[in-house]
Structures are given as structure tokens and as C-alpha cells.
Design a protein around this ligand. Structure first.
Ligand SMILES: Nc1nc2c(ncn2[C@@H]2O[C@H](COP(=O)(O)OP(=O)(O)O)[C@@H](O)[C@H]2O)c(=O)[nH]1
Ligand SMILES: [Mg+2]
Length: 258
């Protein structure tokens, strides 16, 4: 029987955007993720110029739970994630998530987060959060940590909620009408789309009620590793800051749209 949007099954699709990730995407991580029968992966090739697409097709051949979406030209992480989430929601997955190809948030933590959302019907959104607590292994550079604090403060002002970490690569969403509406149009922000996505959900608009801020949970990660080879340049970090202003204006329009 084919699955429809109105008949979500107890399944999670994790979208992994991949731009020239042949060195950082590991077969063992993919195998460990799909070893969980609930977990499906949608690997999105974002116009890579290395052998990423071949690797993704190989992985799809090896594992029934892996699919590939090939964007022939590079569209940027925001759009790669958005179209991946659209495809995942359309196939009827109950939960749709995304994470970075470098697996900075390790497999065990991804599965723990997904489990938490699947088993807590009162939650709609789960954000992996990097907090350096005792007994937790969260290794970030000092510069990135402090930039992150500034960014989170500004994001909180834009979103009108107190959020600690919007920029960790791992997030899970219950596949609701509100989510499908929030991903129905390209984001205005290329560098801070996570904030814009949360903002759209919290704003309502487009015939949707705003989601309850209490249905969003930040979960401190026990392990997070700063994997080398980040493609986010210092300039991109600055642009992400500037994007918050773009998002603030775009959310005003979104909120009042029919
Ligand atoms: N920078 C960048 N990343 C992209 C793009 N398209 C998809 N991605 C993916 O987005 C993720 C970004 O992770 P990473 O480079 O580790 O960034 P960071 O950890 O946030 O500094 C990776 O999975 C990339 O492959 C793109 O156009 N630019
Ligand atoms: Mg990274």
C-alpha cells in the first residue's frame, strides 16, 4: 500500500545535505543509522564536483533504507535541506530531520534525539544543542563558542523565544501541516535558514496556527565533535549574522500572509 501525506507512519527520514563530501561521509555511519529499522536516509547531492554522487548511489545500492536526491547544480545547504525535507514529508515519514555529512553529531546521539521525539507526542521540534557540561564531550573552538553566544542572543530576539543554539546541524521535526507549510517556499536566508524555519513555525501564517513554543525542546548533546573540513568560512558566519535582519523582515511578511 502506498503511503500518503495524511497517513504518516512511524518512520523517520533524516536528510543529509552533501556538497563535496566524499572525504567526510563515512559508509560505517550510514550503515549504523539504517541499522535502526525506523530510520530512512535521504542523501541530497548538492551539485558536488567530486565523487560524492557516485558514493551516494553506491550507498543507496547497499542499503534499502537509503535514497538519493541529486541536485545537479549547487543550491546551498538551505535549499538542499528544504527540498530534501519536502520529499521526506511527501513520502509520509512521521518525523523529518537533518544533520551534516561530517557527523559532528554522532550516530548514537542522532538516534537518541529521534527516539525522544518519536516517543513524546507533545513535542514538535527537537534541536540538538551544544553545551559544554561536565561529563559531556562537546569540543568547540573558543572563537566559535563566543560567536555562537552572540548569534543565539540575536536569534532569540528575532524569534521572541530564548534559544541556546540554533546552529547545531542536527534537528528533528514532527511532520505536520505546519511543517509542510514552513518548507513550502525557499528560505530568504542562505546562512541562517535554521532560524528562519523555526521563525516560520512560530509565526504561523499561510493558514497555519503558530506552533506552541513549549513544543520545541533543546537537548544538550552528550557528544559533539568539531570535524575538520567545515565549508563554512568566517565570511559566511558574518553573513549569517546579517541574515538575521533579512529573516526578521521576512517573518513579518510570513506572519501576515494568507
Ligand atoms: N558550505 C556548504 N555546505 C553545504 C552546501 N550544500 C550542502 N552542504 C552541506 O551542509 C553541511 C555543512 O556542514 P559543515 O561544512 O561541516 O559546516 P559547519 O560544521 O556548520 O561549519 C555539510 O553536510 C555540507 O555538505 C553548500 O553549498 N555549502
Ligand atoms: Mg561541520
Amino acid at each position: 500500500m502506498s503511503r500518503s501525506v495524511d497517513d504518516p507512519v512511524d518512520e523517520t527520514t533524516l536528510v543529509i545535505p552533501c556538497f563535496n563530501e566524499v572525504e567526510r561521509l563515512h559508509r560505517s555511519d550510514i550503515a549504523a543509522l539504517v541499522a535502526n529499522p525506523r530510520m530512512r536516509l535521504l542523501l541530497v547531492n548538492d551539485g558536488s564536483t567530486d565523487a560524492t554522487l557516485t558514493l551516494l548511489h553506491d550507498l543507496a545500492k547497499e542499503h534499502a533504507g537509503v535514497e538519493v536526491l541529486d541536485l545537479v547544480t549547487n543550491r546551498g545547504k538551505a535549499e538542499a535541506v528544504r527540498v530534501g525535507m519536502q520529499q521526506a514529508a511527501a513520502r509520509g515519514s512521521a518525523v523529518v530531520g537533518y544533520c551534516d555529512a561530517d557527523m559532528a553529531t554522532p550516530v548514537g546521539e542522532l538516534l537518541r534525539l529521534d527516539d525522544l521525539l518519536q516517543h513524546n507526542p507533545s513535542l514538535d521540534v527537537l534541536l540538538a544543542t551544544r553545551v559544554a557540561l561536565l561529563g559531556h564531550q562537546v569540543d568547540r573552538s573558543i572563537a566559535r563558542h563566543y560567536f555562537g553566544r552572540l548569534f543565539a542572543t540575536a536569534s532569540s530576539a528575532v524569534l521572541h523565544i530564548r534559544v541556546y543554539d540554533t546552529q547545531c546541524g542536527a534537528k528533528f521535526f514532527r511532520s505536520t501541516a505546519a511543517l509542510r507549510s514552513a518548507i513550502s517556499e525557499p528560505f530568504n536566508s542562505r546562512w541562517a535558514f535554521d532560524v528562519e524555519l523555526l521563525g516560520r513555525l512560530l509565526a504561523g501564517g499561510r493558514g497555519q496556527e503558530p506552533i506552541n513554543p513549549g513544543s520545541i525542546l533543546e537537548v544538550p548533546l552528550k557528544v559533539w565533535t568539531d570535524v575538520a573540513g567545515s565549508k563554512l568560512t568566517p565570511m559566511a558566519s558574518l553573513r549569517a549574522g546579517a541574515d538575521l535582519f533579512v529573516i526578521w523582515r521576512a517573518l513579518e511578511r510570513w506572519r501576515t500572509s494568507r
